[in-house]
Design a protein around this ligand. Structure first.
Ligand code: SAM
Length: 255
């Protein structure tokens, strides 16, 4: 089945109640993906035989835990670059009961493009920004993954514009219809965030002006017939220009 926004929304509509029951009572951990964002991934993949799901960036294991539980026939292979982080023990404790989750350490930028196989799925939740886009393009360039997801690509970011311009098959969890359908699933996540980081993170707090995203936002990039190597060069150039622009803006603001 083709991975598309339309199909993802339709799948989410039928999966919503079952998903709500599955996550009821699950605690939410800081830095984690929202419940609705995990449903976005599952709905995009509905009807596919996912055997291996690669995650880059485990943190405290929020996405890892839900994916491990809700994709029981897949092996979730989660890479974390920082073995000394205090989050490592938190994730290990939470993930310990899941026999289909492998908690690995290493830099996915170096590892993923070497080990992917046909039909694998990739989720990138660290590195961030253009580095995440470059890793996604490197993975897609292998011709192996069926889709790559990237977390934290809300509207108004340079990398979001890059994806919209150069990969029109990409679609996003801040789609209005998807948000209307699923945002109430996130009430426990926002409550935890408000308790632990009062006033800092709000449901429509990302992006600027009229182009505010709901939540942190996941991108889904289905594999297509594209010149991913060429796009990789464009992403490097675009990322460099974006960094320069940010530096200049900061300097102007502090002058
Ligand atoms: C926001 S957290 C991940 C949260 C997690 N996905 C969840 O839902 O709870 C980002 C993590 O990515 C890790 N990270 C950053 N760059 C990485 C890389 N190149 N390879 C693997 N992990 C990386 C960071 O150390 C951090 O723990």
């Amino acid at each position: 089945m083709k991975i598309s926004l339309q199909q993802t929304v339709a799948n989410a509509r039928t999966m919503r109640e079952m998903f709500a029951q599955a996550v009821r009572g699950e605690p939410y951990e800081l830095k984690g993906m929202l419940f609705s964002e995990v449903l976005f991934i599952l709905a995009a993949l509905q009807g596919r035989d996912v055997l291996r799901f690669f995650e880059s960036g485990r943190g405290r294991g929020q996405s890892t835990l839900l994916l491990g539980k809700l994709l029981p026939h897949a092996t979730v292979i989660s890479y974390e670059i920082d073995p000394l982080s205090a989050d490592v023990d938190i994730a290990a404790r939470r993930l310990q009961p899941l026999t289909n989750v492998r908690q690995c350490f290493g830099n996915s930028i170096q590892i993923f493009p070497r080990i992917l196989k046909e039909g694998d799925i990739v989720l990138i939740d660290g590195p961030k920004s253009y580095r995440a886009v470059r890793l996604a393009l490197q993975c897609l360039h292998t011709g192996k993954p069926a889709a790559v997801f990237i977390h934290d690509v809300y509207q108004s970011l340079g990398e979001r514009r890059f994806l919209e311009r150069h990969l029109p098959e990409a679609f996003f969890s801040d789609d209005r219809e998807f948000v209307e359908l699923t945002r109430s699933l996130d009430d426990p996540c926002w409550r935890t965030l408000e308790e632990q980081l009062p006033g800092q993170i709000r449901p429509y707090g990302y992006g600027t002006g009229a182009t505010r995203s709901y939540g942190f936002t996941v991108a889904c990039i289905p594999r297509g017939e594209r010149d991913y190597r060429g796009l990789l060069m464009r992403a490097s150039l675009d990322g460099g220009i974006n960094r320069l622009r940010q530096t200049l803006l900061k300097q102007t603001a502090s002058a």
